[in-house]
Design a protein around this ligand. Structure first.
Ligand SMILES: [Zn+2]
Length: 300
């Protein structure tokens, strides 16, 4: 009799233990599905938070010149000015933005604003690494384009991709100053005081994260395909359809064919060219069309 009672007691204990384990398993599943775990749901939550923050920035930061000056002063101390004193956002690989090299391992990154090899001749605020960052959607479509270019014997080279607002502020500040050390190479026919606001604006589509400045290179030699004029040359020779002579060179029919080849392939993969710059492509239906982001370009 006692044996029978003991066995029944053991059975009860077993049933209760099983129930407790089952409840705990279910709790863990629910936690993962709601984004507490490391899955895609938590990624989207972060991306939404970024959009919200960025909208606050874009409505506050550029209402007048004073804000730009304050922003530049803060950048001098290696900080990004934040109009609402929010903590500076860092690039996070899971925040909706990605490193292009994680999608296109053979991409050539020549991020000019990280160097002095650009129209200003100085390193630009906000660039802390030679790294191309894009929204995940743009990187995915660019990978498809790169795959097609590779099958044709080319690799892609990126001059600029995501561009922080702090970098754009730096451009504006420079445009209003006196320095002209790179005039001959970049704006030989345009008076410097006419660069702003026609060529250099207070905001750039690059800050939305789905625009890339790029060209293609020979897969073996890594030499750039000749487009007849170079990246960031200010003026008509950079217009995608331009042909003819200009101070410093010529855009001939071969160059034009190269520009059109770049355009054709990029369009096939969902990008639109900016007609005034043969190198500038924006993803159609970009994920953050109204947000100007301001986290720094880093690669770790
Ligand atoms: Zn561009």
């Amino acid at each position: 009799m006692k044996k029978k009672q003991n066995r029944r007691f053991a059975l009860y204990v077993l049933i209760i233990l099983t129930a407790v384990i089952a409840v705990n398993c279910k709790k863990r599943q629910v936690a993962e599905q709601t984004g507490l775990g490391r899955d895609s749901i938590s990624v989207d939550t972060t991306a939404k938070a970024n959009i919200h923050n960025s909208k606050s920035n874009s409505t506050q930061a550029y209402k007048d010149k004073k804000d730009d000056e304050e922003s530049a002063a803060a950048n001098d101390k290696n900080q990004i000015a934040d109009p609402e004193n929010q903590p500076v956002r860092k690039f996070e690989p899971h925040s909706g933005f990605v490193l292009v090299r994680d999608y296109i391992p053979d991409v050539i990154e020549d991020i000019r604003y990280f160097t002095t090899n650009n129209f200003m001749g100085e390193k630009v605020n906000g660039y802390q690494a030679n790294a191309a960052i894009l929204t995940r959607q743009a990187a995915q479509r660019l990978k498809e384009a790169a795959d097609e270019f590779r099958s044709m014997g080319y690799v892609i080279k990126i001059y600029d991709a995501y561009r922080p607002q702090s970098a754009v502020n730096h451009f504006v500040k420079w445009a209003q100053g006196a320095d002209q050390k790179n005039k001959k190479d970049y704006y030989p026919t345009i008076a410097k005081n006419n660069l702003f606001p026609r060529y250099i604006a207070r905001k750039s589509g690059h800050s939305k994260g789905s625009t890339v400045d790029m060209t293609i290179c020979d897969k073996e030699t890594k030499e750039e395909v000749d487009m007849g004029s170079h990246f960031d040359y200010f003026g008509p020779p950079s217009h995608t359809a331009f042909t003819g002579n200009y101070p410093g060179g010529t855009v001939n029919n071969t160059h034009n064919k190269n520009r059109m080849m770049l355009k054709r392939v990029m369009e096939r993969h969902g990008f639109t060219n900016y007609a005034n710059e043969w190198w500038h492509y924006t993803l159609n239906h970009q994920p953050y069309p109204n947000s100007y982001f301001n986290f720094q370009v880093v690669d770790k």
